[in-house]
Design a binder for this molecule. Structure first.
Ligand SMILES: *[C@@H]1O[C@H](CO)[C@@H](O)[C@H](O)[C@H]1NC(C)=O
Ligand SMILES: *[C@@H]1O[C@H](CO)[C@@H](O)[C@H](O)[C@H]1NC(C)=O
Ligand SMILES: *[C@@H]1O[C@H](CO)[C@@H](O)[C@H](O)[C@H]1NC(C)=O
Ligand SMILES: *[C@@H]1O[C@H](CO)[C@@H](O)[C@H](O)[C@H]1NC(C)=O
Ligand SMILES: *[C@@H]1O[C@H](CO)[C@@H](O)[C@H](O)[C@H]1NC(C)=O
Length: 380
């Protein structure tokens, strides 16, 4: 015992200097932190009212969170700035003056009520602007006139009730637009017409009842589309047709009663579809078979969810039944995907109905009867 300890300390001198026996991982982390922070701190004890500064070859990154005080000026080489969780309501219009290389600006959770039209003019290289969880009701027209490089704009959880096309003028490189968690009721025509590079569009958790038919005619390279948590009643024929790259489609938590037969026709790469918690009783013939690549095995590799709809399990679903049986491995929440009518089928799962309808023998393999026993509609 003693012999071993002696050996240890002889080739591990630090051990004697850490009497409280720091966990080796912890001390290594601490060491790395010290390496990063020490040259900046210049021997001064960290000030809780100071923002954190990290320097790299590319410039300075600044993180300010309470209780730090937001400085009046930032280093001229600032490339990344995060000022979050303050209750600022307004920012001085010249906040970004003197930091022309800024690439990322994070201003979430500040209670910002408005921005001035010139706010972003000093930072033409800005790529990411995060305004999550503020109190913006509008944006000043012209805000983005100097923001041709901006590719990510997050306006999640603000108080927007409307959006005007003019507010987004100047954006040319937009790839990710997040407008979720606002109070949007309608969107103007042409809103996204110029955003041909858009990959991710999040309109989730608003109050949209309809969408302009041309909404997605500009952004035809979408990969992810969030429309969940709105009040959509109908998915129209043309909306999604030019979306050959769309992989994730969220339509859950709406009031859909109708999906047009050709609504999914353009979706050749879809990996995930969520239609759960809507008011669908049936779907038109051909809807499902139009998904994916013609001839190839239907992919939908990350699954699909059609639970929480009041399915009427009659012959109108023949087409869906066949597709379900072929794709049952990718089905989420089978036990919450229930028949509500006709009476004889009430309480059965849609999959059990499909199995017994399509291939009477398949029910035996799958235990079709036991599936029926566990049908629990969502929200009941
Ligand atoms: C510096 O910028 C280059 C090019 O944008 C990037 O590839 C690199 O990761 C950056 N380095 C650091 C330390 O941030
Ligand atoms: C911001 O306001 C909230 C609620 O009024 C309060 O709890 C929080 O401490 C405030 N934060 C700052 C940094 O003043
Ligand atoms: C699209 O961009 C052009 C040229 O910048 C502009 O004139 C037009 O108003 C923009 N349209 C929309 C709907 O934003
Ligand atoms: C269904 O969607 C509505 C509307 O978005 C939502 O309020 C409700 O919580 C959802 N129900 C379930 C069980 O997810
Ligand atoms: C769904 O039902 C099946 C068959 O009755 C049962 O084995 C399974 O545990 C249920 N799954 C859930 C998540 O309740």
């Amino acid at each position: 015992m003693e012999k071993r300890e002696a050996t240890m300390s002889s080739w591990s001198p630090e051990r004697n200097q850490s009497p409280r026996g720091l966990d080796p991982h912890f001390s290594r982390t601490l060491f790395l932190l010290l390496l990063i922070v020490a040259p900046l701190a210049q021997g001064v004890t960290p000030d809780p009212e100071a923002c954190q500064v990290f320097q790299s070859d590319n410039g300075s990154s600044i993180n300010c969170h309470p209780p730090a005080k937001v400085p009046q000026y930032f280093p001229a080489d600032t490339i990344y700035l995060s000022v979050e969780f303050f209750n600022l309501t307004q920012l001085p219009p010249d906040t970004l003056q003197g930091i022309p290389n800024l690439q990322e600006l994070h201003l979430s959770s500040n209670g910002l009520e408005s921005l001035s039209a010139n706010f972003l003019l000093p930072v033409p290289q800005l790529k990411v602007l995060d305004l999550t969880h503020n109190a913006l009701t509008r944006l000043p027209p012209g805000l983005f006139w100097g923001s041709a490089a901006l590719h990510t704009l997050v306006l999640k959880e603000n108080q927007l009730e409307v959006l005007e096309t003019l507010w987004l003028h100047g954006l040319k490189a937009l790839r990710h637009l997040d407008l979720s968690g606002n109070h949007l009721r309608t969107l103007p025509p042409g809103l996204l017409a110029n955003f041909t590079d858009l990959r991710i569009l999040d309109l989730g958790n608003n109050q949209l009842e309809t969408l302009p038919p041309d909404l997605l005619r500009g952004p035809v390279k979408l990969e992810r589309l969030h429309l969940e948590g709105n009040r959509l009643r109908v998915l129209e024929e043309g909306l999604l047709v030019p979306q050959p790259n769309l992989r994730y489609l969220f339509l859950n938590d709406n009031q859909l009663t109708m999906v047009a037969a050709s609504a999914f026709r353009g979706l050749k790469q879809l990996d995930m579809l969520d239609l759960s918690n809507n008011s669908l009783t049936s779907v038109p013939k051909g809807l499902w078979t139009s998904l994916g690549q013609p001839g190839a095995a239907r992919d939908m590799k990350d699954g699909f969810d059609i639970s929480g709809n009041p399915w009427i399990c009659d012959q109108n679903l023949d087409d869906l039944y066949q597709w379900l049986v072929d794709n049952k491995d990718k089905m989420f929440f089978r036990n919450n995907t229930c028949c509500t009518e006709p009476t004889a089928m009430k309480g059965q799962t849609l999959l059990a109905a499909a199995m017994s309808h399509v291939k009477p023998t398949a029910g035996v393999e799958m235990g079709g009867n036991s599936l029926a026993e566990h049908c629990t509609p969502l929200g009941n």
